[in-house]
Design a protein around this ligand. Structure first.
Ligand code: ADP
Ligand code: MG
Length: 290
């Protein structure tokens, strides 16, 4: 039996003969489908069940309250966020300074926890994980790119990229450098591998940071204002690069002020005062540089 999802190049072969028409089969999780329904009229055609399998990020009723100095409830930075991101999407999160973008990204990264609500990434309920489990999950599943690159200045470019592999113990020692070089090659900077970050341009340093973020094949690649410290030409090329990385198994969520981001991202989510703004209500102030 063969399965060709519409708009998706994958062809999945089913060797399992006991699946009956109309049955729901759990299969092909690695390809982003965890449930498939076999069409009862056409034996050889199955359709993925919508919204049960291809979403990778689910936020339900997320609130984040930062404790205040007084006896009051503190400051509500996120005030009830519902958001679903599909596997392979490139989502840009925009909004004025202080609208909650970084807070949201930190929750997705498992760096911080919501005050209430549920956050599920790739089937893991982050709100329910212990500190230790959350940190292990983060090392395996999340890659993050920051505005100021945050490369370690005394390590070479290749060593910076190998660092997350050293923490996650996912690849044997001898495979780490070849893997780092492969990532750097993919990002067009393999010739810089043995230099120190300080001898690279800003755009090159940010590519190193992207290579480092990809080191452990993260489920989600997160970026907080990744172009904030780049000139506009370099910024465009980085946005294009992030756009090219997204797809298939790689989901990208980027926080940005960059107007141009909208051209590269598949979807723009606008935050205002800790809430998602309906597409119809977005105004110029939401996306203006703050
Ligand atoms: P953005 O990234 O959109 O500029 P942030 O998520 O950084 O916004 O911040 C949202 C709001 O939460 C801001 O008003 C900010 O001052 C406040 N905030 C952020 N981090 C903290 C913190 N650790 N403690 C108290 N308030 C915070
Ligand atoms: Mg921010």
């Amino acid at each position: 039996m063969k399965f060709v999802p519409s708009g998706h190049p994958a062809i999945l072969d089913f060797a399992e003969p006991s699946i009956e028409a109309g049955e729901v089969a759990v299969a092909a999780i690695g390809a982003g489908y965890s449930a498939l329904r076999i069409d009862s009229s056409q034996e050889n055609v199955v359709t993925p069940l919508k919204n049960t399998h291809s979403s990778v990020i689910e936020l339900r009723g997320i609130e984040k309250i930062y404790p205040g100095p007084g006896p009051d409830r503190g400051f509500m930075a996120l005030a009830g966020i519902q958001l679903t991101v599909q596997r392979g999407e490139f989502v840009a999160v925009v909004g004025q300074s202080g609208s909650g973008k970084s807070t949201l990204l930190n929750l997705l990264a498992g760096i911080d926890r919501p005050s209430s609500g549920e956050i599920t990434v790739d089937g893991h309920s982050l709100h329910a994980l212990s500190e230790r489990a959350l940190s292990a999950w983060r090392g395996r599943s999340v890659g993050i790119v920051f505005q100021f690159f945050q490369l370690l200045p005394t390590l070479t470019v290749a060593e910076n990229v190998m660092l997350p592999m050293d923490f996650a113990h996912r690849w044997p020692l001898r495979e780490r450098r070849p893997r780092a070089l492969e990532l750097l090659d993919r990002l067009g900077i393999v010739d810089q591998a043995d230099k120190l970050p300080s001898s690279l341009s800003g755009g090159q340093q940010q590519r190193v940071a992207v290579a480092r973020a990809l080191a452990n094949e993260p489920t989600i690649l997160l970026a907080d204002e990744p172009t904030g410290n780049l000139d506009s030409r370099t910024a465009h090329s980085l946005l294009e690069l992030l756009g090219n990385l997204a797809g298939d198994a790689q989901t990208v969520v980027m926080v940005t002020h960059e107007q141009a981001a909208m051209r590269y991202a598949g979807r723009v989510v606008t935050l205002r005062d800790g809430r998602v703004v309906d597409a119809d209500d977005v105004d110029a102030d939401d996306v203006a540089h703050a």
